[in-house]
Design a protein around this ligand. Structure first.
Ligand SMILES: Cc1ncc(COP(=O)(O)O)c(C=O)c1O
Length: 457
């Protein structure tokens, strides 16, 4: 068997990238107040900030853009979009939105009341923020194995079913407007959820009359892991697994910027007619008419085509193999990573790599600065800055893991890019004792990592 399958596509268009000098990188990161979100993309050589909206589109998707029907209501691309998604998910109502967080905002506004609790494996940051914005609590119930970077488990994204049942019992089903699962579990290391865990989550929630919503951003990658890792699933196609997975849910939110292989877009899938009516009304206020949802007709077309391409199993074998290969290269460079590698990113255990930097001085954040300085690489901290909470003046609660995520854009980088990145990390491993922590000099209340400003200690 080939260990890391080759790209099942070839390159037709290229976009030049440039490594600016070390001195320029020093200046740029200081000007960006030591926050990589504030850098200009053109000053970044390899951009592993996110896999969201960064995919290279296929020739078919680009061709699809030219078929865009920009009518306000009922454009033909919407019907292709709807039919494609309905055939994949089986949901009755398919509502386009401009991206995943819009799906969250619109759906949650129709379901959540203050004081509610919403359980999930691990809520993504925008999901959590949209729940908290409505004065409800986002509760993470991922299995204990999912909180340990070194433990090997095929489905570290699974939810702890006992804790889910206990939460409903403790607070009562009236306070749990719906339950969620993120597939794959981005904030928990891009780890997949097993079909068995999804089915049992569904049984628990449905037995209480609580709707079950999938955060389906990376559902195709999750279904591929089910096929190759879960007992009894290898003979099914990824499409069949996806259909079964969605059949356990009552709806989904989806950012098509991931497994839609599109640069923008998303959707809400729903079965309930009543909820669909509420969502449609909220849509008009925030996103636009129901058949375009804040998108151009051409975007709907590229998403419909991208969703089909993302289910291609040769593509998924290459995609997950590329992530695995990058993980192996980093391990050889002496970098501790979350094991096994997940679907869309390699997660570095920054606390283990930089034990001399206290959590209160944000070792993950320090690592994002170091890799930019050393090699023009951009990654994102998923740790104390993103998920830490102020307890009182001067004291913070930190999340269970202090990670740096290197998200891999789909169909964008080649093996030599990953080899270059691994050589940069090898230098970081050698000089790690000299790295410095940081302190925050400005931060907004919600989603602080996007705009916070820092000083190096
Ligand atoms: C699991 C998960 N849910 C929701 C979102 C939000 O999607 P968007 O960025 O399109 O708003 C993301 C984005 O990265 C995500 O990873």
């Amino acid at each position: 068997m080939i260990e890391f399958p080759a790209e099942p596509y070839r390159i037709k268009t290229i976009e030049p990238i440039k490594l600016i000098s070390r001195e320029e990188r020093e200046r740029k990161i200081a000007e960006a107040k030591f926050n990589v979100f504030r850098l200009r993309a053109e000053d970044v050589f390899l951009d592993f900030l996110t896999d969201s909206g960064t995919s290279a589109m296929s020739d078919s998707q680009w061709a699809g853009l030219l078929t865009g029907d920009e009518s306000y209501a009922g454009c033909k691309n919407y019907y292709n979009f709807e039919e494609t998604i309905r055939s994949i998910t089986g949901f009755k109502h398919i509502i386009p939105v401009h991206q995943g967080r819009a799906a969250e905002h619109i759906l949650f506004t129709n379901l959540i009341k203050p004081g509610d609790l919403v359980p999930s494996n691990t809520h993504f940051d925008t999901t959590r923020a949209n729940i908290e914005y409505l004065k409800a609590e986002a509760v993470d119930l991922v299995i204990d194995e999912g909180k340990s970077p070194t433990l090997d488990h095929p489905f570290k994204g699974n939810i702890n079913l006992d804790k889910l049942e206990a939460l409903i019992k403790q607070y009562g089903k009236e306070r749990v407007p719906f339950g969620m699962l993120a597939v794959t579990n981005n904030s928990g290391g891009g780890q997949p959820v097993s079909l068995e865990n999804i089915r049992r989550t569904s049984e628990i929630l449905r037995s209480q009359g609580i709707p079950f919503i999938l955060d389906a951003c990376r559902y195709a990658e999750n279904c591929y892991f089910i096929k190759i890792r879960e007992k009894g699933q290898s003979r099914k196609s990824v499409r069949e697994i996806a259909r079964e997975m969605f059949s356990y849910a009552d709806g989904c939110t989806m950012s098509a910027k991931k497994d839609g292989l599109a640069n923008i877009g998303g959707f809400i899938g729903l079965n309930s007619d009543r909820l669909h009516q509420g969502v449609t009304n909220t849509m008009i206020l925030f996103e636009g008419f129901r058949t375009y949802g804040g998108l151009a007709g051409r975007d709907l077309e590229s998403i419909a085509r991208g969703l089909e391409e993302a289910l291609d199993e040769a593509y998924l074998a290459h995609r997950t193999g590329q992530v695995r290969m990058f993980g192996e290269l980093l391990k050889k460079a002496g970098i501790p990573i979350v094991q096994p590698t997940g679907g869309h990113a390699v997660f570095i255990d920054a606390a283990a790599l930089l034990p001399d930097i206290a959590l209160s001085n944000y070792p993950g954040w320090a690592l994002t600065i170091a890799i930019y300085r050393e090699g023009g690489i951009r990654g994102v901290e998923i740790g104390g800055v993103m998920f830490g909470k102020k307890k009182s003046e001067g004291s913070e609660i930190f999340p269970p893991m202090e990670l740096v995520r290197l998200a891999i854009p789909r169909r964008v980088y080649t093996e030599s890019h990953f080899r270059y990145a691994a050589s940069v990390f090898a230098r970081i491993a050698e000089t790690r004792k000299s790295l410095r922590g940081l302190k925050i000099t400005y931060a907004p209340e919600l989603l602080r990592h996007f705009t916070a400003e820092f000083e190096e200690l």
